[in-house]
Design a protein. Structure first.
Length: 344
């Protein structure tokens, strides 16, 4: 039987298939609760990573959902990436996952059951690494393969980290290198090397387990994770929520080396252009055009983005590196001013 290539069924892979941020904002502008219950600590108001509901003085539940079409061809790898990406939102709130539910949509007339089973097994393996079960879920027959999770976690209310708590003078720290969307575009063109694929898997399947430890550090004021809207887009969400401006030093950014090479050669995702069209009026990127495409590149299971006081930066970096995020780096800082991202 001819080898199945999962990406042949998807029009866009991973978090690159997200609805563009400007379009999404228009769609949901009139939705959401008009009167928020007091125990709903985080809703839709600042486009945060997950919803958080306080159960009592000691515990709040963190709830999120994330799913997408294939970013790679290997079924097990696809399942692993999708699961790690979904659980990242719980970690980004400072939470600890407790269980997950599977979201499964598959073209049953095109994919053998063994392939679908491998996708689910990949997701289960990541949840096992996180120490949680997949306790149920829902499945439908769909035109494109779709897989992801509903992730549930817990956090102490006083440890909760939102994307709207940054302060003027805070430094900005990124936990994973950029370039995942570019690597996925190179893969679809048949140009990604074996080493590049390994690097892609290394970061997309690495759980952002440092989230709870970061939330416990005095001086950490805000967190999010970098996914489909790119570094600039998710940083802009912090700026809007915190009513601050941010400056990124491009040369300080951790980058995946092969991704930078492909980008300089003209390979980028369509989502990168859609991202810039959505929020480019609130961002300034100096230098060559490829720099703009890098900071708008959609990340799948991307790194945690942390706003902290300057004197907390060493503790944040130590926490990252203790969990194997050796490329974590200080990439910029916040200042008073209108919401804007500047890359120098």
């Amino acid at each position: 039987m001819e080898k199945i290539r999962l990406t042949q069924f998807s029009h866009g892979g991973g978090c690159g298939c997200k609805i563009a941020p400007a379009v999404l904002s228009r769609i949901i502008a009139e939705s959401g609760l008009k009167s928020m219950p007091a125990d709903l600590l985080v809703g839709v108001e600042t486009a945060d990573d997950a919803t958080v509901y306080r159960l009592n003085a000691e515990q709040a539940i963190v709830a999120t959902t994330d799913f997408f079409t294939p970013i790679v061809d290997d079924p097990r790898d696809f399942g692993r990436i999708a699961a790690a990406n979904a659980l990242s939102d719980v970690y980004a709130m400072g939470g600890k996952p407790i269980f997950a539910l599977a979201i499964v949509g598959m073209p049953l007339d095109k994919l053998p059951e063994s392939v679908i089973r491998d996708i689910l097994a990949g997701g289960e393996s990541i949840c096992a690494q996180a120490g949680i079960p997949i306790a149920g879920g829902h499945s439908i027959d769909l035109l494109e393969p779709v897989y992801g999770l509903v992730g549930l976690g817990v956090v102490a209310p006083w440890r909760l980290k939102r994307n709207s708590g940054a302060r003027a003078g805070d430094v900005l720290i990124l936990g994973k290198p950029l370039g995942i969307g570019i690597l996925s575009a190179a893969l679809k063109k048949g140009l990604l090397s074996a080493a590049g694929y390994d690097e892609m898997l290394r970061w997309t399947t690495k759980l952002n387990v440092t989230g709870p430890a970061l939330a416990a550090i005095d001086g950490v004021h805000a967190m999010t994770d970098v996914t489909g809207f790119g570094l600039a887009g998710h940083l802009l969400e912090i700026c809007r929520g915190s009513r601050l401006a941010a400056t990124i030093e491009f040369d300080a950014l951790p980058l995946i080396a092969e991704a930078a090479l492909h980008l300089r050669a003209g390979i980028a995702t369509g989502a990168s252009a859609r991202n810039w069209a959505s929020y480019g009026a609130e961002a300034t990127v100096g230098g060559d055009e490829w720099r703009q495409k890098m900071v708008t590149d959609p990340q799948t299971s991307g790194g945690l983005l942390v706003a902290c006081a300057p004197d907390a930066a060493d503790a944040v970096l130590a926490a990252f590196r203790g969990d194997g995020f050796e490329s974590a780096a200080v990439i910029g800082r916040f200042a008073a001013g209108a919401s804007h991202v500047t890359v120098i």
